[in-house]
Design a binder for this molecule. Structure first.
Ligand code: GDP
Length: 183
């Protein structure tokens, strides 16, 4: 295919959420189709890239991962600034990780300081729906959807990075939403 005539777009995507909810796993599954059972806390910040085509546009998603621990929040505004989309991940099996969604959203808006906070594109992901066959889930899907609906209809996806369920769909939505906001 001849991409020379196509427009190229670089989109910066920030992935936030408590430590251990599966941020790194989701990114690894999406970009490398790999899942690693071993837990390895992310130190500082890092990014991976993925190219995809949306309509006539070649899009490069630059996906930034950060550790959820408070001590890493000093990453500060340079990390957040210029973001085109913010993905907030929680673990459907851990109530606390759902309750901190608001904190992550506020922290992002404070640090990134987007020109129009009301319409800045967020995506929420409820991850690990595979765990214990769904028996250890504590956050009902409806509760998560209601939370998203009451904050300007944030798109919501339920995923399993382990089983590669809905991961591509979630990031495709990220790309489409960010492209739409760019226009
Ligand atoms: P992060 O700290 O948010 O980046 O979380 P990680 O990606 O490091 O994942 C934390 C732990 O949860 C690791 O042991 C992963 O293997 C595991 N994990 C991540 N996603 C899933 C998932 O969808 N299902 C299950 N069962 N485990 C997962």
């Amino acid at each position: 295919m001849d991409f020379s005539m196509k427009r190229r777009t670089l989109l910066k995507v920030i992935v936030l959420g408590d430590s251990g909810v599966g941020k790194t796993s989701l990114m690894n599954q999406y970009v490398y189709n790999k899942f690693n059972q071993q837990y390895k806390a992310t130190i500082g910040a890092d990014f991976v890239t993925k190219e995809l085509q949306i309509e006539d546009k070649l899009v490069t998603l630059q996906i930034w991962d950060t550790a959820g621990q408070e001590r890493f929040q000093s990453l500060g505004s340079a990390f957040y600034r210029g973001a085109d989309c913010c993905v907030i991940v929680f673990d459907v099996n851990i109530q606390r990780s759902f309750e901190t969604l608001s904190n992550w959203r506020e922290e992002f808006l404070k640090q990134a300081d987007p020109s129009d906070p009301e319409s800045f594109p967020f995506i929420v992901i409820g991850n690990k729906i595979d765990l214990d066959g769904g028996n250890s889930r504590v956050v009902p899907e409806k509760k998560a959807r209601d939370w998203c609906a009451s904050r300007g209809n944030i798109p919501y996806f339920e995923t399993s990075a382990k089983e590669d369920y809905n991961v591509d769909e979630a990031f495709l939505c990220v790309a489409k939403t960010a492209v739409a906001c760019e226009r």
